[in-house]
Design a protein around this ligand. Structure first.
Ligand SMILES: Cc1cc2nc3c(=O)[nH]c(=O)nc-3n(C[C@H](O)[C@H](O)[C@H](O)COP(=O)(O)O)c2cc1C
Length: 446
């Protein structure tokens, strides 16, 4: 390549292009899209590592000419009917999705890992999966307010990737939430939304060489998805049940979920205070809320809570799944808690730290099991966020932490790997949100 050519390409790669003029408007004929947009609008406000939000949504629903696919961007309130290479009905069946009534919809949660990985490296893939689990779980809960809703993780991802052009745009189907509205019919939600017909214009996602290189490394590592017969959907807990914990928060799939979802937020810091045990118990009980999914029984994801300053509870590690036994642990100073969270000082004063953990074998023996355990961890964290919002206690998800050192400090059994951490305590509303800084602060990178 000549010097001039190289310089031209170098400059081209640095340039950006404004989107073209909007394609023509589209008037949806079915009610399924309306329901899906209403659910997505409320459900989209979930926690996200570094507030990056690496997920996208596609809706598959009935239009006058049969099943159609739409791309939905809840942040811009924009929805586009997209061109597909072949029958949506055949692709949905091949992916293992059930037939839906006309007012129903499948919402496909899609992950674009690069958005997280360019900031957080390989760990960014884990964050993107956790983010997607928060979103899919929240969507399931909100969608339940319109009728039946169910979440599928055991889908055949290949046909959906081909249908929606995911692999060539470096994206991956995460899960599908199916809505079958029965009661409340949504009428007004399209107000404020732009709905366009992109079938002629094409999506034209621009993939940069950096994103393509990231995807080329990642794609061979991903599981191909579920090709066996569809797994039945059952309402169950996503974590192993506990002998005594009963749900004491007034929300569940289809019941006041939206309200909890609207009020939740991540604490930016914690006051060094002792918090009441009943608030902590209420927040924690949310992890036992039943979710209709196609995951098998015997989850194997465990929850332990390291109590530091909770009134009436002796410090130690409490198992919140299985037998609920307490293990004594040495005192963990605020400085040590911050250090085990990769130097995040704003986590140090948390009154309790919840650890989501599983046997290491579950994470390294099978990519499908890894995907499912990470989903369970993200779903549990979303439930905890809603439980904490309902109980009125501060919470922050923590992805930047040292797994082995936390397992040791909390005296978890030797084979356990910590997948996700949640800090609970008295919210310090004056603190700045450091995790949103452009440096990977949560990885102690600065
Ligand atoms: C997978 C994941 C990892 C996160 N890790 C951290 C973390 O290490 N430290 C932190 O302060 N916040 C962390 N957060 C919380 C995000 O910073 C927070 O969700 C985001 O800034 C949006 O704010 P909001 O939750 O109040 O809407 C994490 C969130 C997710 C979903």
């Amino acid at each position: 390549m000549s010097q001039t050519m190289a310089a031209t390409e170098f400059w081209e790669r640095m340039s950006v292009r404004a989107p073209g003029a909007e394609p023509p408007g589209y008037r949806p004929t079915g009610t399924g899209l309306r329901h899906a947009l209403a659910a997505l609008e409320t459900a989209a406000a979930v926690p996200s590592a570094g507030a990056i939000r690496p997920c996208e949504n596609y809706v598959i629903t009935t239009e006058a000419d049969g099943l159609a696919a739409f791309h939905v961007d809840p942040a811009r309130r924009r929805c586009a009917r997209v061109a597909v290479p072949h029958s949506v009905t055949l692709a949905a069946a091949a992916a293992g999705l059930p037939v839906i009534p006309e007012s129903g919809a499948h919402v496909v949660v899609v992950v674009r890992p690069w958005l997280s990985m360019r900031k957080y490296g390989d760990r960014g893939y884990l964050y993107a999966q956790l983010d997607a689990a928060h979103l899919a779980t929240n969507l399931l809960g909100v969608a339940g307010e319109f009728g039946d809703a169910e979440l599928r993780l055991r889908i055949n991802r290949g046909p959906l990737a081909v249908l929606l052009g995911l692999a060539e745009s470096c994206r991956e189907a995460h899960s599908v939430v199916t809505l079958r509205p029965s009661g409340r019919v949504v009428t007004g939600v399209l107000a404020g939304w732009t709905v366009v017909d992109e079938r002629q214009a094409g999506r034209g996602a621009r993939v940069t060489p950096l994103e393509a290189a990231c995807w080329a490394q990642l794609a061979p590592l991903l599981d191909e998805g579920w090709t066996g017969p569809s797994s039945p959907v059952r309402a169950d807990t996503v974590v192993a049940p506990h002998e005594r914990i009963r749900v004491s928060v007034p929300f569940g799939v289809g019941a006041t979920w939206s309200r909890a979802s609207r009020t939740r937020f991540s604490s930016k810091g914690f006051l060094r205070e002792t918090v009441p045990a009943d608030l902590v118990a209420d927040a924690l009980s949310a992890i036992q809320v039943l979710l209709p999914t196609d995951l098998p029984a015997q989850p194997g994801l465990h929850v332990s809570m390291l109590v530091r300053r909770v009134a009436g509870l002796r410090p130690g590690t409490y198992r919140l799944t299985g037998t609920g036994k307490r293990r004594l642990v040495g005192t963990l100073s605020d400085a040590l808690v911050a250090r085990l969270c990769m130097g995040q000082n704003h986590i140090g004063a948390a009154s309790a730290v919840v650890l989501l953990h599983t046997a290491r074998g579950d994470l390294v023996d099978s990519r499908r099991l890894l995907r499912e355990q990470v989903f369970r961890a993200g779903a549990t964290a979303q439930l905890l966020y809603l439980g904490a919002a309902t109980a009125g206690i501060g919470i922050t998800a923590v992805g930047g932490f040292d797994s082995a050192q936390w397992a040791h400090a909390a005296r978890l059994p030797g084979d356990q790997e910590v997948l996700y951490v949640l800090a609970l305590g008295a919210d310090d509303e004056t603190a700045p949100k450091l995790d949103r800084f452009s440096s990977a602060y949560a990885h102690n990178e600065s």
